[in-house]
Design a protein around this ligand. Structure first.
Ligand code: SF4
Length: 461
């Protein structure tokens, strides 16, 4: 009988995609997935450190699974608990010290070695760990057929980050930035287009620096090819987008996450010039105050940021802009905060993730005095959210009466008679319809604009 694994994923699309890679590696090693922890030989938690107290939540979740799902299982027959993702990388063997249940720790660059680690455990090793980070790390190549979603596929283009923003743990948990060779990215997208994927999303911590700072370190030949490409001015993110757009045949192409300093007008122009490049940019500002941006070591000013926004707004396509903001960063004054508020009004975000600052271990900001009391952070969070809700309402209302293109992804979670999908500008749209159009791109006329979604009726062909 095949061994089974149960996998829970927390965090962003990069983690979802890493879970696909881990599932693929385990399947190749003879495991099959299960949705019930009771059936599992391996329970793997793919973790994220964007939210605070991430490690503590891992221990709590393991306790919960044991107490709820596995309460009737003999101690000797308990499955192996494993942790992967950012918590695994940051906590490493401390996870073993703090939880006797954890037997496997899989760092962010170790997914390809997961079957080897399982072999060690099956061979009698009490624990297995791999948290090596390397500039030379090879990219995990995923077979096109093993995605979890049938209509949207994620493609890694960069991994890691060299920016070292003072609050962020990513450079420590994901390592230095590396760019995957353009030919492989284009080949993967083309393969996905060929088997019917309607949308691909190109992923990286900072997609805009593709090819700029993180050269591929696989072998000498590919390095020489990369340098030649770069000398021809070819290996920029804008050029990569152009190649994926023209060569892959995929109807919709999106990407995330953009970083303001490396974002440029060429990217906007390429999107304007290619119908299958979607008009959605996630461009996190993190603060509207120059003083706070300096303390965050973001490497751009508010003015630099708003110039990039102006370039997006000058485009021929009607772009949606989303972003991230942190409130309560150490030293943030009421004046700094009001600059963040005014930035929201100036940019008019279509969506915004707002975070209350909390320190992450090893980051420079963790050593700053955390001077903002929790109640002030909560107050700023709520005020910012209220303002964003207001802005968002007007952004969503613009779509009333318009026809939008929707990729139908499945049934709506709210209503059994409705379908749900995303527009090209990444807004959720619900509408009544029959399941046989799931996976298709359809036109929907918008009849209602809610806070976080649109509602409409299908325009029959
Ligand atoms: S650019 Fe993004 S991922 Fe990189 S350090 Fe800054 S916040 Fe973190």
């Amino acid at each position: 009988m095949k061994k089974k694994f149960y996998l829970e994923t927390y965090g962003c699309q990069m983690n979802v995609h890493d879970s696909e890679k881990a599932s693929f590696a385990l399947s190749a090693a003879g495991y099959e997935p299960t949705s019930d922890p009771v059936d599992a030989d391996l329970i793997l938690l793919n973790t994220c450190m964007v939210r605070e107290k991430a490690a503590r939540k891992v221990y709590a979740r393991i306790g919960e699974i044991k107490n709820r799902s596995l309460r009737n299982i003999e101690k000797d027959s308990l499955p192996i608990f494993g942790v992967m993702g950012c918590v695994a990388q940051a906590e490493a063997d401390r996870l073993f010290e703090r939880s006797r249940d954890i037997k496997l720790v899989l760092g962010t660059q170790a997914i390809a070695r997961l079957p080897k680690l399982m072999e060690q455990l099956e061979g009698g090793f009490p624990r297995a760990i791999d948290v090596r980070l390397s500039k030379e790390a090879e990219f995990f190549e995923l077979d096109c057929n093993v995605r979890q979603t049938k209509h949207i596929a994620y493609i890694t283009i960069t991994e890691g980050c060299n920016k070292f923003c003072s609050f962020c743990i990513v450079p420590f948990t994901r390592g230095r930035e590396r760019s995957r060779p353009a030919d492989r990215i284009v080949a993967e997208a083309t393969g996905l287009g060929r088997i019917g994927y309607q949308e691909v999303q190109l992923l990286g911590q900072n997609v805009n620096s593709y090819g700029l700072s993180g050269r591929y370190h696989g072998n000498l030949d590919s390095l020489i090819d990369e340098i030649d490409e770069r000398d021809n001015g070819e290996i920029t993110f804008a050029r990569l987008l152009e190649r994926v757009a023209t060569e892959s045949g995929v109807p919709r192409i999106k990407f995330t996450t953009s970083y303001p300093r490396d974002f440029d007008e060429k990217i906007v122009n390429v999107i304007d010039d290619h119908q299958n490049l979607c008009e959605w940019i996630h461009l996190p500002a993190q603060s509207g105050s120059d003083r706070v941006l300096r303390a965050m070591r973001r490497g751009y000013s508010r003015n630099d940021y708003t110039e990039k926004i102006a370039a997006i707004k000058r485009a021929r396509k009607d772009f949606a802009i989303t972003g991230d903001m942190i409130v309560g960063f150490p030293g943030e004054t009421e004046e700094d905060f009001s600059e963040t508020m005014s930035l929201i009004v100036e940019v008019e975000y279509d969506g915004l993730y707002i975070f209350k600052y909390s320190p992450r271990p090893r980051t420079p900001a963790a050593a700053y005095p955390d001077s903002i009391p929790e109640e002030v952070k909560i107050d700023r969070f709520l005020r910012l959210q209220e303002l964003q809700d207001h802005v968002q309402k007007s952004r969503y209302s613009r779509y009333l009466g318009r026809s939008v293109e929707v990729l139908v992804e499945g049934k709506s979670l709210r209503s059994a008679s409705d379908l749900s999908g995303h527009t090209r500008c990444h807004k959720v749209v619900n509408f009544p319809g029959s399941e046989d159009i799931i996976g298709k791109v359809v036109d929907v006329k918008i009849t209602d604009a809610k806070q976080h979604s649109l509602y409409g009726t299908l325009i029959e062909e």
